[in-house]
Design a protein around this ligand. Structure first.
Ligand SMILES: Cc1cc2nc3c(=O)[nH]c(=O)nc-3n(C[C@H](O)[C@H](O)[C@H](O)COP(=O)(O)OP(=O)(O)OC[C@H]3O[C@@H](n4cnc5c(N)ncnc54)[C@H](O)[C@@H]3O)c2cc1C
Length: 464
C-alpha cells in the first residue's frame, strides 16, 4: 500500500509535538501526528500537570493546619490519599482529552502507534491493526524522555519509585528517601513532607536545586529543614538493599559509607531521551548521551529532520519544547523565526516555598566576566505577603553594572512561579534597570517586590 503523504509528520504528542502540529496546521500545512501512548505526553499525563494537582492538595492541607492563624476553625484535618491521587489523574485526563479536540479542530491526522524512521522522509507506525506507512518532506521528532535509572537504584514500583509510581502511590510513605534534588525530586519531597512523611533528600552536589542561585537554594533548604525535611548534600546513594517492607540505603559522604533505613525511595536522578531504536543514526543524526544533537534551530543536519523538546538539548521543560515546536513549524513554512534563547527560559519548582528563576545566577554572571549590581528584597517587607501570611521569601536581581541589562532574576517564596514571567518579558524586550524602575507596579501585590529588588540593586529600595 502506498504511504500516506503529508507536508509535516510530528512524532510524539507532548507539549513539543502537539504544539508544533497545531502551528504547522495554522500555517496551512497538512499534518499527521503519531503518538504511542497518550496525547499530551509526559507533561500533561505524568509530569507538569498531575504533580501540580498533587501539590495543590498539599498546599490546601498545609493552609488548613494554619486555619487558627487566619481566625478560622478546621478540626479533624486529614486526607484521603486515594482521593488526592484521583483528583490529580482526573485533571490530567481532562487536559489530555482537550488535546484530542485541538487536533480535530486543526484537522491534524492522529495516528496512535509507535513510530520509527526507516528512511529519509518516511515514518513507519506500528498500530493495533498493523503497520502504517507515512511520508513527508518534513519530520519533527518530539519523542521526549523518561526517568533515568542508575544501576542498583532501579525502580521496582513497590519499594523504589520513579515519578510515575510517585504520582499514583499505593500507600503513603512513612520514611521516604528522595534521591536527587532537582525540580522533580524536590517537588515530590515537598508533597510527601507536607502530608506528614519523614523525608530525607540526598543530593550529590553541594546544595539542593543545584542549578539555582546559591543564595536561593540555601534559603529554600532552610525553609525545608524548618518543615522537618532532612537534607544530605555532597552525598551519594551507592546501593539499596531491598527487604520488604524496608530498604536500606548505603550513603557515601566524605569518603565514608553509612546506612539508613526507609520504607520508600523515589529516584529522581535525571532523564534519558526516547531516541533509541528509531533509526536516527542510520539517517545520519548524531546522538550524545541519548539526546539528539541539533543546532539552535533544532536542525539535525539530516535534511527535513528536526528534533525538539526533551529529545534534544536542555533545558528540559515543557515551555521550551512548545516554543521550539512553534519555531520549527515556522521555519518549515518558510518563516524566519528567532532561535530559542535558553537564557531567557524560566525554570520553576512548585515546592513549598516555590522557587523560580531566569537568566544567569550571580556566580555565573561573575564567571562570565560581568561586573554586577545585585538587588534583594525580602517578602517580610511586602504588604501583600504579610496579608497572605507568607512572610518568608526573597527576590534577587542581577544587573550588568555597565549597561543596566537584567542578567538574571531569582526568587523563592509564595507564588514566585507566577511572578517570574514579569522578568522574562523584561528580558525579551531588552529592558534596562531604568525601564524597570520607571514601571508602575500595582499595590498591594507580591509583584511590588520585583520593583523593590531592582531599586535595591541601585541603592533605592523604598520599603526596606
Ligand atoms: C514529574 C515531572 C514533573 C515535571 N514538571 C514540569 C513543570 O512543572 N514544568 C515544566 O516545564 N516541565 C516539567 N516537567 C518536564 C516536562 O514534562 C517535559 O519537559 C515535557 O513533557 C517535554 O515535552 P516533549 O514534548 O519534548 O516530550 P514528552 O512530553 O515526553 O512527550 C513525548 C511523547 O512522545 C511519545 N513517543 C515517544 N516515542 C515515540 C514513538 N517512537 N512513537 C510515537 N510516540 C512516541 C511519548 O509517548 C510521549 O507522549 C516535568 C517532568 C516530570 C517527569
Amino acid at each position: 500500500m502506498a504511504a500516506k503523504s503529508f507536508d509535516v509528520i510530528v512524532i510524539g504528542a507532548g507539549p513539543g509535538g502537539y504544539v508544533a502540529a497545531i502551528r504547522a496546521a495554522q500555517l496551512g500545512k497538512s499534518v499527521a501526528i503519531v503518538e504511542r501512548e497518550h496525547l499530551g505526553g509526559i507533561c500533561l499525563n505524568w509530569g507538569c500537570i498531575p504533580t501540580k494537582a498533587l501539590l495543590r492538595s498539599a498546599e490546601v492541607f498545609h493552609l488548613m493546619h494554619r486555619a487558627k492563624e487566619f481566625g478560622l476553625k478546621a478540626e479533624n484535618i486529614g486526607y484521603d490519599l486515594d482521593a488526592v491521587v484521583k483528583r490529580s489523574r482526573k485533571v490530567a485526563g481532562q487536559l489530555s482529552g482537550g488535546i484530542g479536540h485541538l487536533m480535530k479542530k486543526n484537522k491534524i491526522t492522529v495516528v496512535m502507534g509507535a513510530a520509527t524512521l526507516p528512511a529519509k522522509g518516511k515514518v513507519s507506525v506500528k498500530t493495533d491493526k498493523g503497520t502504517e506507512e507515512l511520508s513527508a518532506p518534513n519530520i519533527i521528532l518530539a519523542t521526549g524522555a523518561r526517568a533515568r535509572e542508575l544501576p542498583g537504584l532501579e525502580a521496582d514500583g513497590d519499594l523504589v519509585w520513579t515519578y510515575k509510581h510517585a504520582l499514583q502511590p499505593k500507600r503513603m510513605p512513612k520514611k521516604l528517601l528522595v534521591i536527587g534534588s532537582g525540580a522533580i525530586g524536590i517537588e515530590f519531597a515537598s508533597f510527601f513532607n507536607t502530608l506528614g512523611a519523614d523525608v530525607t533528600v540526598v543530593e550529590v552536589m553541594d546544595r539542593i536545586l543545584p542549578v539555582e542561585d546559591e543564595e536561593i537554594s540555601n534559603f529554600a533548604r532552610k525553609q525545608f529543614e524548618k518543615q522537618g525535611m532532612k537534607i544530605i548534600a555532597k552525598a551519594m546513594v551507592k546501593k539499596l538493599d531491598r527487604a520488604a517492607p524496608k530498604v536500606t540505603a548505603h550513603i557515601e559522604r566524605d569518603g565514608k559509607t553509612g546506612t539508613m533505613e526507609f520504607d520508600t525511595v523515589i529516584s529522581a536522578v535525571g532523564i534519558v531521551a526516547n531516541t533509541e531504536g528509531l533509526g536516527l543514526e542510520a539517517l545520519g543524526a548524531k546522538i550524545d548521551r541519548s539526546f539528539v544533537v541539533t543546532d539552535q534551530y533544532c536542525r539535525t543536519g539530516v535534511e527535513g529532520l528536526y528534533v525538539i523538546g526533551d529529545a534534544t538539548n536542555g533545558p528540559w521543560l515543557a515551555h521550551k519544547a512548545s516554543h521550539e515546536g512553534v519555531m520549527v513549524a515556522e521555519l518549515i513554512a518558510g518563516g524566519h523565526p528567532h532561535a530559542v534563547d535558553p537564557s531567557s527560559i524560566a525554570g520553576c519548582t512548585y515546592c513549598h516555598p516555590q522557587v523560580a528563576s531566569v537568566g544567569l545566577t550571580e556566580a555565573k554572571a561573575k564567571e562570565a566576566g560581568y561586573q554586577v549590581k545585585v538587588g534583594r528584597f525580602p517578602f517580610i517587607g511586602n504588604g501583600k505577603a504579610i496579608a497572605l501570611g507568607e512572610p518568608e521569601g526573597m527576590i534577587k536581581t542581577i544587573f550588568d553594572a555597565k549597561t543596566g541589562e537584567l542578567l538574571g532574576a531569582h526568587m523563592v517564596g509564595a507564588e514566585v512561579t507566577e511572578l517570574i514571567q514579569g522578568y522574562v518579558v523584561g528580558r525579551q524586550l531588552e529592558t534596562t534597570e531604568e525601564d524597570l524602575m520607571n514601571t508602575v507596579f500595582p499595590h498591594p501585590t507580591l509583584s511590588e517586590m520585583m520593583h523593590e529588588s531592582v531599586l535595591d540593586a541601585y541603592g533605592r529600595a523604598l520599603h526596606f
